[in-house]
Each structure stands twice: as C-alpha cells, then as structure tokens.
Design a protein around this ligand. Sequence first.
Ligand code: ING
Length: 302
Amino acid sequence: ARTITVGAAQLGPIARHDTRRQTVSRLLELMREAHGFRCDLIAYPELALTTFFPRWPIEDEAELDSFYETEMPGPETRPLFEEAARRGIGFSLGFAELVIENGRKRRFNSSILVDKTGRIVGKYRKVHLPGHSDVMDRPGQHLEKRFFEVGDLGFPVWRAFGGILGMCICNDRRWPETYRVMGLQGVEMVLLGYNSPIGLGDPFELDALEPFHNHLVMQSGAYQNATWVVGVAKAGLEEGFNMIGQTCIIAPSGEIVAQCATMGDELIVRKCDLDMGAPYRADIFNFAYHRRIEHYKLITER
Ligand code: ING
C-alpha cells in the first residue's frame, strides 16, 4: 500500500516579539522528533513563524511588514529547509507572504509544501479570509481582510510523497467548496493549519461549540471527498487570546485517528494509507457516476 507517515506538529503560543530564530528552533525540535518516528512529512500550522498578528489594528507599516516573509527560504528559515533535506523529511509551513509586484506590495496568508530534498513543490494562498477589514469595537480584532489579499492560486493539488496532496488554511476548512475543488482533482491528503481564537466577543454558545465545529468541518470534508485531512493548530493562550487546539489526523472515513491532548508544542504521528479513500471513490463518492452538476449551478453563480 502507498503510505505516508505524517507528523502533525501543533504549536503552542508564539509571542508578538518572539524572534524568527526562537520560533524556527521550536519547528526544528518538532522536526527532529518527527524524524525519530520515521515521518515522511511534518505539517505545521497557519502563520507558523509569528504570532497571529491580525488580532491587532497595526498602523505602522514597518511593524506590519515585520510579520511577513519577503523570501522563502530566507536567512531565518533556511535552517528548516537544510535540516529537512539532511533528514529526508518533507514539510508544509504556513506563513505571511509579502511580494513586491510591479512596485506594489502584495500580502497573502500562504503555505508551502516542501519535498524531502528541500524543494518547494507547491504553494497556496488563503482564499477565505474571515473577520473584517475595518477595526471593530470589541476586545479582539480579526483583521485578515485588512492584512491579506484573497489568494490568487485557486485550490491546487500536487503529486508528491507518492500521492496527490493539497493544502488549505484555517477558515478555508469551514467551506465545503474548498475540499470539493481539491476532491475533483483527486486529492488524497489535505494539509491545513489554523489559528482559531475563541472569546473574541462571539456569543457564548458559539464559543462553546467551537471545538465541535472545528472537527465537524474537517471530518465532513474528509469523508465527503474520500481524503485524509491533517488539521494543525497554533494553540493555547497567545497574547491573551484563547486559541483552540485539537490538532488531528482524519482518515477518508471521517474518523479522527490521532489527536493532540495539550495546548502546546506537540507532535502526533500516524502512518496513513493513501489507498484508504479508494473504496469510497469507487462507490458512494464516485463523482463521475453520481454527481449531477446540471443541478449545482447556484454554487458558482451566487
Ligand atoms: N481563524 C478562525 C477560523 O478558524 C474563526 C476564525 C474563529 C471563525 C472561530 C469562526 C470561529 O476560521 C482563521 N484564521 O481563519
């Protein structure tokens, strides 16, 4: 069977003024642990190099730019690529991307997929940006629409690690379209990271159900598209804000087969059989045989 041994590397809080060097050393520690478990691949969270800075209305452009990477790998992240290539382990990494195009700064909430030789084989830019572009009158902001553009790369998949892998980021996981677009391309494993704060002022009922909703959307995405889903949290009390944990590895059956039990840096490992989705695609979710797209137009028209 085609298997990938996956390490899901949950991160605890990253402080606003933690340096890249401090954070990269935590990522390296988790990578070494994953290598000890013979992982082929280690998945890191969304914005894995910095604190979740869209929680503040940052006005100073230089300070805002300090949270973004202008090159990948850059001097601070190159040790991660070198260690990965040395150990023959691939990784997915979420980070804030700053590119200058035609003299204009463009900002994305991005992730990359790096193979066992340290080569970037895929890049994704977050499509579904939650929250607001204007500062709200509440304790915690969610200003991703202010600090990132909508991703312009679609939902691609890549042949890597012996299978077909895709990526998405955080809020993307709540939208069925995300998984379906990758499912229509035959995705066998979706790697996603999230920074999901609770207590920003939502009604208590919503906060209390956030852990349930977090797993609900990933389990249904996995089952309905016969794919593995690896959901990796930036967890814990980060700069005074509660970020949910529950990092997990979900099989194409929709079952959670591994889950973190802490709110800090924690690695979970699972040998994933990429052929496990085959029976679902052959029968219940045989897209070509069962789907009726003539009735789905509203999904792309509204
Ligand atoms: N964060 C959150 C997400 O998981 C959120 C925003 C939190 C939405 C809690 C609903 C409930 O979608 C990011 N970064 O998308």
